[in-house]
Design a protein around this ligand. Sequence first.
Ligand SMILES: *[C@@H]1O[C@H](CO)[C@@H](O)[C@H](O)[C@H]1NC(C)=O
Length: 347
Amino acid sequence: MSSQVLNRYLRLSFLLLAATLVLLTLPALLYHKNKLRYFSSDGRVDVRPRKLFHLLPINSGGAGPLFCKVLMSSLVHGYSPIILNWEAEGDGSYMQRLKVAGVYEFLLGLPGSEELDVVFMTDAWDVWLQLPPAVLLERYDEYGSNMVVIGADMVCWPNDWEEPACREVPESPVPEIAYEELGNTPRWANSGTIIGTVKSMKAVYSDLIVRLSEKAATDQGIFNEFLHQGRITVDYWSRLFWVTASNVDSGTIVNTRHPVSAAKDDTIPYHLLPPMLYHSRTGEYPVALHFNDHVHKHLLDEWWGRLWWTKPGFKSVWEKHLESGTAQFAHNGSMVRWEDLCGDTSL
Ligand SMILES: *[C@@H]1O[C@H](CO)[C@@H](O)[C@H](O)[C@H]1NC(C)=O
């Protein structure tokens, strides 16, 4: 072989090798973490983005500044909230029960093809979101598939302490030393923040709805039983949800210079050192902040204006997300803009 022919031969082999490598890695490159692949019935592989539903149960009579703050945190961070029970009328305890019914009704209304989509329910008065949906999904996936994950509470309530659902729930994997001064680590259920695939939520909610018809039953009490039975888990690290009751001094607002997740995020302006809530006991930036105890409801006013997406100084950043965001009413499917729901409410 002359050296010219050899050169040509080598070049050709190299090109072939390169082409083979590209073809082999292409599927992996096209596969995004937030897209689900599943086999459709005719055997084709479909790829479609996984949906995340942020459910907010609230009736129009209960809406006001607190709800608008919650809604704003959802819209600014790019969620597409769905409002449940808007037309309902009743007192607090009736609405509390209806919260479960509203979620269950929503789940039943979804077509079967959506079983691997993710449903995320938060209380509509006192839960603020501070990280975008991609981060929530990425962290939810750390729990493995088909798990219902619920906020971790410092206390077992309203169950009796003598019940196995209080005494015998799993120990927390968080080292005790992290919560040394408080004497215990959160390991019971708090029903104000819940996430799960449609499939897992349907299974849990269909039993919840039956149990809730019993006298004096509460959703949180039943969730503690489910926790004890191993049907759900709680978010021990406050990586998804920070439940503030008896745990409020774990939270500090800090200017945050580096992205807290590798998930794609075009919302949080890290280059401007945005103030965000940091959980100093577990070293996490929780996705959702749940101001659940009555003693610290004042933080819903005091911290409004301290987190970056509540500060006028950052308005040019958050305003565009708010203006383009819409919520949807579950009862009639109508979309509603922030301006129309909360435009006249002073926060
Ligand atoms: C859906 O419900 C909302 C709130 O009650 C109402 O403002 C809206 O007009 C309704 N949309 C339709 C199409 O009926």
